[in-house]
Design a protein around this ligand. Structure first.
Ligand code: UDP
Length: 402
């Protein structure tokens, strides 16, 4: 079921004062111009999550906005996963054919896409090579959502040859910026407060969804919503929960999953299930990508939300949880450090023991949870709502088209 697309006016009550007026003024500068976004996936992960709300809002602001994704090609996800993990610092040597597969795939895809626009924005790794097929007109932007602060050299050297052919690069954190001969911009990702993932839910709706998912509400719920990816550390979350459980009766819900074409993810998924198999208070939920209300309800039902990543581009799950006034315990990694302000909106941690310590402290102190939760919601309102990102995107277009 597709969600209703809000108008800019709908954000007046939820975004900081003056936001809608600012967006209207900015949109005048780029009205009628065409922007095309190209992402690897149209369904899974944070990039798809943002684009499915941002593209209609760009349209609503008067921009002619399009979105293409490279889903549905057999070899593509494996190549993308390998390069993503290497760019985020994994040292495992990539098979040499990865690079050839990458070129062959993107060449074929470029031939089937209409890449004409005033601004073309390609997200992350796979679509970056489309720049080789760029037409003479239009500005091209490489939008990087990954934590590329410590990349595997070989992977970055390979990708860099494409990146330098863009007119600009956009990163999610200042520390991800690279030595590049093109201008670099910083745009934080964002969440849409009016989407099914984040809109308010009635308590009865939350109860019904949790009952449907088979998660009782008899004990505090600890939650992590993240793909089963090594860098998201779901096994570390289980270890932390076990330490907490010695002193506080609670449940752990892990929402995640792995694509069948990601062997590392499938293996991790089996390990997570195995670890959970003897504990009735540990729930592993593999939900389909469209289960947004379900994720929303779980985040609202949780007492504490984890995002215990060891590498993280941004970590939308953090903003989603903070928007629901939840204290967040996050790994000290990438974009989590921009969202979790220590002892103000949550705690960043560097170990299983640290995560367990903070969870125990929060479970013992409901007032602390309420204080961090309230600050988290305001931090998101000021910095990480889609209206702010829409403004940044409009300003970037105006700058590039000047
Ligand atoms: N998500 C989800 N179901 C899952 C796992 C993740 O809906 O099983 C959502 C999560 O709520 C967030 C997005 O997918 O909106 C993940 O974005 P994030 O930036 O945290 O991580 P990425 O997967 O892009 O690395």
């Amino acid at each position: 079921m597709s969600e209703a697309v809000p108008t800019l006016e709908d954000y007046r009550d939820v975004a900081p004062p003056g936001t809608v007026e600012l967006l209207r003024r900015l949109s005048e500068r780029v009205r009628g111009r065409r922007v095309l976004h190209v992402s690897t996936s149209g369904k899974v992960g944070g990039v798809a999550e943002i684009l499915r709300r941002l593209v209609p809002l760009l349209e609503e602001a008067g921009v002619d906005a399009g979105w293409e994704s490279l889903d549905g090609e057999e070899a593509a996800p494996q190549v993308a996963v390998r390069l993503h993990t290497a760019l985020q610092g994994d040292e495992e040597r990539m098979p040499p054919e990865t690079f050839d597969d990458f070129r062959t795939f993107t060449r074929a895809r470029a031939a089937s896409l209409e890449l004409t626009a005033d601004v073309v924005v390609t997200h992350d790794v796979l679509p970056a090579a489309l720049v080789d097929a760029r037409p003479p007109e239009g500005a091209w932007v490489w939008r990087c959502h990954l934590d590329v602060s410590r990349p595997q050299r070989r992977a970055w050297t390979f990708l860099r040859q494409f990146v330098v052919k863009f007119d600009a690069a956009v990163f999610s954190l200042p520390s991800f910026a690279q030595r590049l001969p093109i201008p670099q911009f910083l745009v934080y990702p964002s969440i849409d407060p009016l989407s099914d993932k984040n809109r308010d839910l009635a308590p009865s709706e939350i109860d019904a969804i949790l009952a449907q998912l088979g998660v009782p509400r008899d004990k505090p719920i600890l939650l992590q919503v993240a793909r089963f990816d090594r860098f998201k550390d779901p096994l570390g979350v289980i270890d932390a929960y076990r330490l907490v459980k010695r002193q506080h009766d609670c449940r752990l819900v892990l929402v995640g999953g792995a694509e069948s074409d990601d062997p590392g993810g499938v293996e991790l998924s089996a390990d997570v299930r195995e670890a959970a198999s003897h504990d009735p208070d540990l729930h592993v939920l593999e939900l389909p990508a469209h289960a947004r209300r379900e994720v929303n309800a779980l985040q609202r039902a949780a007492t504490i939300v984890f995002q215990k990543s060891t590498r993280e581009g941004f970590g939308l799950g953090v903003a989603e949880a903070m928007w629901k006034s939840k204290p967040v315990i996050g790994g000290f990694a990438g974009g989590i450090t921009a969202q979790v302000i220590y002892d103000v909106t949550g705690y960043t941690v560097n170990s299983v023991e640290g995560a367990a310590f903070r969870a125990r402290q929060l479970l013992a102190d409901p007032e602390l949870c309420a204080r961090l939760g309230a600050a988290g919601r305001e931090h998101v309102r000021q910095n990480f709502l889609i209206t702010r990102q829409l403004g940044d995107e409009l300003a970037l277009m105006a700058t590039l088209l000047r």
